[in-house]
Design a protein around this ligand. Structure first.
Ligand SMILES: [Zn+2]
Length: 383
């Protein structure tokens, strides 16, 4: 067993204790005061781990964000961690579902795997390197955000700004149920479609109306044809709302379109197609808007090289790295979409994100910490 892995195996119970402590700070995205309490705890952790600087980014509508740096003056490009401390669980969930550990060594609790387990691993990877006097003299940045669960609207710009300077981005979202990391994620775009027709009495003057539901139905069929599942592209009309009364030709119909893509070229194709939809009914108007977008994390050549290096480092510290992917996005999509080497799903093995059976497989805490510590110590940038 490598020295690193041995260290984390010996500290397995300490890692579990810290994970339970983190879960004890409930941190529902919408409750700024509670998220800030966890932020203060994180600040103390970064100080204890000898961060050379900690910068606070105050937010009004979400918890304050923190950026902790180690060896910021060293010449190399930084390795950037992305962690988010918010969860989807309203305050009080913990009282209803306290932390428990079952006989298979799974730890259940709100936010356990998404992503307090991942946060535990980052803190311990740094702690272990310091304890073993193997902390590399390279810049290491940890960006702690507070709004990932609502789409990172407050943190997106900062993630991109810091990501652009990084040589490697490590995203601490959960690993898969089987413990694989995530080496592709679909891009996500949420569109709204609004159709305007003209209202008219369905009995007295139906011919004077412009039926927005009929127009919507025709557009929905055209939109459906944009699907290309073999390429990993799905285009789904997921919600519709139209009409005002049973005897009125409907003037207004609106809907939602969920778009997922494996390839950036596909995201662009769908965007082009949706923004050039033309009304079929004379007089009808269509407005399509993209409300929210994360580019795909592509499984391209750069990703393959990045994963290969992670596997080699894993082997050297005694940890097997396996790969999988996800149809859902994360903050890693932003940095991968910018062409920055990004590894995601580095958090613990587990399951049940945003669900009642959310849990962490305890045995994966030390192995993941050894992998992360090995990456920090041994990673070689390409160029
Ligand atoms: Zn998450």
């Amino acid at each position: 067993m490598s020295e690193l892995l041995n260290y984390f195996q010996e500290n397995r119970q300490n890692m579990v204790d810290q994970l339970i402590e983190l879960i004890g700070y409930e941190s529902f995205t919408a409750d700024k005061a509670m998220v800030d309490k966890l932020g203060a705890y994180m600040q103390r952790q970064f100080e204890e781990l000898q961060a050379s600087s900690i910068t606070r980014y105050a937010l009004d509508e979400a918890g304050d964000m923190l950026l902790a740096k180690w060896h910021e003056d060293a010449p190399e490009k930084p390795i950037l961690f992305l962690i988010h401390i918010d969860t989807v669980w309203p305050i009080g969930t913990l009282a209803e579902r306290p932390v428990r550990i079952d006989e298979d060594g799974r730890l259940f609790g709100p936010g356990a795997v998404d992503m307090k387990g991942g946060i535990t691993i980052v803190l311990w990877a740094i702690r272990g390197l310091l304890a073993l006097q193997q902390m590399p003299k390279r810049p290491i940045w940890v960006l702690m955000t507070t709004d990932e669960e609502i789409g990172s609207k407050h943190s997106e710009a900062l993630i991109k700004e810091l990501g652009a300077q990084a040589g490697l981005v490590l995203v601490m979202e959960p690993g898969t149920r089987e413990g694989a990391i995530k080496t592709w994620r679909k891009g996500v775009a949420m569109y709204t479609i609004d159709i305007e027709g003209r209202a008219s009495h369905a009995g007295n003057a139906p011919e004077q109306g412009i039926n927005s539901i009929i127009e919507f139905a025709q557009q929905a069929l055209k939109i459906h044809e944009l699907n290309d599942l073999r390429n990993g592209t799905s285009v789904s009309v997921t919600m519709v709302n139209g009409g005002s009364a049973r005897n009125v030709i409907p003037a207004h119909t609106s809907g939602f379109i969920d778009v997922r893509t494996m390839l950036q070229t596909e995201s662009e194709r769908i965007q082009r197609e949706l923004s050039s939809l033309e009304p079929m009914t004379p007089g009808a108007k269509i407005v399509v808007e993209c409300e929210h977008q994360r580019p795909p994390m592509e499984h391209n050549d750069q990703m393959k090289r990045t994963v290969e290096q992670a596997k080699r480092i894993g082997e050297a510290v005694g940890v097997t790295v396996r790969e999988d992917g996800s149809g859902g996005g994360s903050d890693g999509n932003f940095t991968a979409g910018m062409g920055i080497p990004t590894l995601d799903g580095l958090g613990p093995q587990g399951d049940g994100l945003h669900a009642l059976h959310e849990h962490v497989v305890i045995n994966s805490l030390p192995t993941r910490a050894a992998l992360i510590a090995g990456i920090l110590r041994d990673w070689v940038f390409e160029d």
